[in-house]
Design a protein around this ligand. Sequence first.
Ligand code: ADP
Ligand code: ASP
Ligand code: MG
Length: 413
Amino acid sequence: MKFGGTSVADIEHIRNVARHVKREVDAGHHVAVVVSAMAGKTNELVEWCRQIAPLYDAREYDAVVASGEQVTAGLVAMALQAIGVSARSWQGWQLPILTTNAHGGARILDVNGTELLKRFKERSGEVAVISGFQGMHRETGRITTLGRGGSDTSAVAVAAAIQAERCDIYTDVDGVYTTDPRVVPRARRLAKIAFEEMLELASLGAKVLQVRSVELGMVHNVPIFVRSSFDKPEDIDPRGIPPGTLICDEEEILEQQVVTGIAFSKDEAQLSIRRVQDKPGVAAAIFGPLAEAHINVDMIVQNVSGDGATTDLTFTVPAADYRRACETIEKARSSIGYERLDGATDVAKVSVIGIGMRSHAGVAAQAFRALADRNINIRAITTSEIKFSLLIDAAYTELAVRTLHSLYGLDKA
Ligand code: ADP
Ligand code: ASP
Ligand code: MG
């Protein structure tokens, strides 16, 4: 059972979480709980780091931001004890959850579930309350964190390590919706979604699950169930099926839609290099230095050159890397050879996702028409087997998402 920030936002919510856990314990389950920091806590800690040093040491950043989850694990364990459920808290390093040393965005390498399983047996179901988001670097033993939203990944990794029947992600919505329900009130809850689709949805902007948690669930075959912590614990029958979304293998989904969901991200920036020389080796001269600077390039569009001599090349990078990307290109100007570098940060990427696209033609064409009818200009397009993404002006994000949501019949009745 994983509880996110809003689910443990204050003492009253923490008591509520304890009652959810007690319900499952009373139903005879062995339970491992993974908790996030209380809502807003991680942001506050990150901000403190920035105020002390804009270019902080990533190891110390991890020492600071991992503390939020330590507090919640202890409080949830206490809340459980207070209602007669035996419980013990665990920090990442105590299990341990071993990670790489990429401080601030470490990857889990291994979770040792032996001690938890032993205690389930010997201490007749003592609940383990584990701090999410944090781990320990395998060689140095230092505390690491898994990137924002990383408690989801902690939860799935722990579930895999103890071969849990299920990994329930309790959050502030009662499942995965066809798009962010805060932006489109007519979004519908999906009963099931395939791992591949959830992977795309998460990596293209839907923050309901961290991408890496979906990857882990897929690789280790952990069924992930997204559900609400705001339902009253007492109203839920632990043997029934509560409202929520199961993330599962494609084969388990009988009624497959062509389009399953729509994601969007305003966290994009566009760079356009004007009048680049149109000759072999130019793409390498542009994208080589960006790769060396660890800047992730996403969409790439190259125009067909009219005169055979020069062309325009447009690509996107994460908004946070925009300045660095511009500097990197300008530094490489002499080896690239171009006339002008233009950029924009007021852009957004809207993506349409669905496994059904594999076998249906013309899905993207419908979107181009619908957006044209709304006078929304498309700056760049990318496609893959089960999704396509469109880069547009950020001001039109909500309009574009709502338009496409209706177009593909996703609005709830
Ligand atoms: P937690 O703190 O529990 O981890 P998050 O804030 O990280 O919760 O994720 C839940 C939020 O994700 C929801 O409140 C919702 O606004 C947002 N979200 C974005 N896209 C979707 C989607 N397709 N379905 C459900 N929620 C979504
Ligand atoms: N507390 C961390 C964050 O805010 C991890 C999480 O909530 O999943 O990013
Ligand atoms: Mg989250």
